[in-house]
Design a protein around this ligand. Structure first.
Ligand SMILES: Cc1ncc(COP(=O)(O)O)c(C=O)c1O
Length: 397
């Protein structure tokens, strides 16, 4: 068994949990950290701020390691969507012909809403890199869309539906060569694989912490701003981004904080931050290359078994390990019912329209047996026709 396998570090449900790419399981260390912060509040009331004031900043070294950044290039704050607004407002500078925004037609809707907001505000276009197969992006199409009319391009590190992994150094370099600012959404890659945001030279990046990082529902997300931009004034400012040493002088003039922390807005949610504080302990001492290697072993097994045993389902995740993240996606018209039938059998998968069953074997708490059992139960559900009995109850979270 892999030494990364530590289900005892988590509150494990009955059955098999394959949905860590949507909401990671609760680490005991996260619960303890939240309880600690609750006790601070109970015992110290407002004096607790002595401990909480720079809690986000104190987490930065651990977060920075996960994304290959320097500690002052990252901050834990907001959500992906709010962080996108903060960063686009600052780094989107349309000028002359170079005025449009570029995303991909396979992006998570909130990224598109945020990007379109800024296109609308500036009377510009949000252009979308098309997908040939509706699941993945072809390198030629990415290259063709990044032109000298694009001011800012936002790309997903791992596509949320298909699990395709984009070549971050390649596209960062390419976009820069075309004169564009480039930002990345690492929602589906942080905690699943190593990153090198600093060396790759990304201008900015955003992520959430409730998926692979297990920090809890609605835990604060994170943002990265490359060192070369740390002197840039955030376009949208709040007192929590003020320099820490003068924040409580309550001056009318904003004094920019030194690092990416300058992009914070208001008072952080300390109890949610505590979830992240505790969850990060799980990663202490974990070699991210080993974690990635183990994740690839598990997804490889899953793909092989799905190929053998689930021929009616189309594998939409790229087979090349260099092109896939931490989850596997199978498409079949009845997969919404299949995913509900799986839950009824004690196996929690993930589902996204249209017909995409997403399965994420997590090295910390999933084993080869979990993978085998999951594929076997899907086969049984399909063969028995029990999925047909499932009434479509609307949205599947
Ligand atoms: C790829 C991607 N981008 C953005 C979001 C939205 O994140 P948030 O709700 O933290 O703004 C999600 C949420 O799952 C996501 O998967």
């Amino acid at each position: 068994m892999s030494k990364l396998y530590r289900p005892e570090a988590f509150v494990m449900p009955q059955g098999i949990y394959m949905d860590g790419n949507s909401l990671g399981l609760m680490p005991h260390s996260a619960r303890r950290a939240v309880e600690r912060r609750l006790n601070d509040w109970a015992e110290q009331a407002v004096m607790g701020w002595d401990r909480w004031f720079d809690l986000s900043e104190t987490l930065s070294p651990q977060v920075a390691r996960l994304v290959g950044a320097q500690p002052d290039e990252v901050i834990s704050t907001g959500s992906i969507t709010t962080n996108l607004h903060l960063l686009i407002s600052t780094f989107y500078r349309p000028e002359g012909e170079r005025r449009h925004l570029l995303a991909t037609e396979l992006d998570f809707p909130s990224d598109l809403y945020a990007m379109r907001s800024w296109a609308d505000l500036h009377g510009a276009e949000l252009r979308l890199i098309p997908s040939r197969d509706g699941q993945t992006l072809h390198p030629d199409d990415i290259a063709a869309a990044i032109t000298d009319e694009i001011a800012l391009v936002l790309l997903p590190v791992v596509l949320y539906r298909s699990g395709q992994l984009l070549d971050m150094p390649r596209w960062t370099e390419y976009a820069h060569a075309q004169g564009c600012v480039v930002g990345w959404d690492a929602a589906h890659s942080i905690g699943a694989l190593p990153h090198n945001f600093h060396d790759d030279g990304a201008d900015f990046a955003v992520w959430c912490t409730y998926k692979y990082l297990n920090a809890g529902p609605g835990a604060p997300g994170g943002l990265f701003v490359h060192e070369r931009h740390l002197g840039t004034m955030p376009a949208l400012r709040g007192w929590w981004g003020n320099d820490k040493t003068s924040q409580f002088k309550m001056a009318g003039d904003y004094e920019r904080g030194a690092g990416a922390g300058a992009f914070q807005l208001g008072t952080p949610g300390i109890l949610s931050l505590a979830g992240l504080e505790g969850a990060l302990e799980v990663y202490d001492g974990v070699d991210l290359q080993e974690l990635r290697a183990r994740s690839l072993e598990l997804t490889e097994l899953l793909m092989t078994l799905a190929d053998e045993q689930l021929p009616e389902m189309q594998m939409v995740t790229p087979r090349d390990p260099a092109e896939r993240g931490g989850h596997i996606s199978l498409q079949w018209e009845h997969n919404k019912q299949v995913s509900l039938a799986l839950r009824a059998r004690g196996i929690v998968p993930d589902f996204r329209e249209p017909g995409i069953l997403r399965l994420a074997p997590i090295p910390f708490y999933n084993s080869e047996d979990d993978v085998r059992r999951t594929v076997q139960v899907i086969r049984e559900i399909v063969d028995s026709g029990e999925y047909r009995e499932i009434v479509d109850g609307g949205a599947v979270s």
